[in-house]
Design a protein around this ligand. Sequence first.
Ligand code: FUB
Length: 465
Amino acid sequence: MKKVLSMIIISAASILLFPVVCHAENPIVQTRYTADPAPMVYNGTCYLYTGHDEDGSTYYTMNDWRCYSSTDMVNWVDCGSPLSYSTFSWAKGDAWAGQCIPRNGKFYYYVPVNQKNGGMAIGVAVSDSPTGPFKDALGHPLASTGTGDIDPTVFIDDNGQAYLYWGNPNLYYVKLNQDMISYSGSIVKVPLTTEGFGVRNGNAQKPTLYEEGPWFYKQNGMYYMVYAAGGIPEYICYSTSTSPTGPWQYRGKIMPTQGKSFTNHPGVIDYKGNSYFFYHNGALPGGSGFTRSVCVEQFKYNADGTFPTINMTTTGVPAISNLNPYVKTEAETICTESGVQTEKCSEGGQNISNIENGDWIKVKGVNFGTGAASFNARVASATSGGNIELRLDSPTGTLIGTCSVQGTGGWQSWVNKSCKVSGAKGVHDLYLKFTGGNGYLLNVNWWQFSSNDSTGGKLSYGGDN
Ligand code: FUB
């Protein structure tokens, strides 16, 4: 998706009173449409697995899943596509809402796909890495009831018993075996009672609020089932239980219907002492119910463990820590951007691509400490290149250096380029702004500053990561 400009919020009052341009940090991902967030914390990093609405989708055209990671909750690294529906030889499409979980050094990704012989079913893929690649663990579906087998959510209880819940309009569960790719007992259909899942008025077929997109977890001894509710348009409700298999008690609405997407889909985690609520809406340019985008809000549980009301914002969440510019940083580490895309890099991971004159990336909360001396970047260009302007706090902010890039003979022909930097001290939002002639200018794989102290940044950098 080549965007004209990421959402820019400029209130009339702020134009008059403060000449500050504030770029929205929700949606989290702006380089493509994403949906159905499934956050996972592993080894101190927050991974975010998402679905991927294809550009121009008019009915859930979704071919693969995407993965992003962050350690500060504002700058997200694009980890590429860990899994596609085509990984499952028995599937013909519809890479809908899934969830990944770690166990015994492996990662298990539960997803719904449309079977070649018809109907959605739950598959499971496995990998040695949270960012994949994942392989089909079975060569056939893990679970199928024949009715609405979508939106799996997985949780491992303190005693090691794992549960897989899923479904629309029904809610099913199975007890997974230790191997995470088989289950014991039969599939249980959860009774959707009004005590458990609220009351939906005027729909005899669906008398309770539960719709789809369950998110199952435990917090302070309480089991939570958070889910999309109410039909079209959806909102997010939740139920709780003292047991992993119910009975459930309906606890109310968390997020009202807001934004341009008629579906919504929750994902809830605690990370570094904060609680986060992920969801999707249609807030990117061109956004709709079929071209959605994942967002996140920070929240605090009430003292009794109930949820507050959470509203969608464009501001996003506060940073947990600052970014250290004196270590190699993947160029696809993005808070917000304008016009840039990401693609698979021949040197591993992703690189930023399709960069034209005026495009930029913002990396939030970069701590230059006592000062930066130079900037080094891994770049490639099949044309005659362009410039990377390094600016502070806005795309037109203080210029601290310009790295000039010439043609390298190919979009994946990588070379190192460096330039001198001055005037970068303390904490700033860093903008990489790209300038040059017509058409695509250059690609960037990674970048790194060096400091003007003799410790190579160790002293210069505040060290608050
Ligand atoms: O993304 C496709 C479907 O839309 C998901 O499976 C549902 O939860 C809804 O978000």
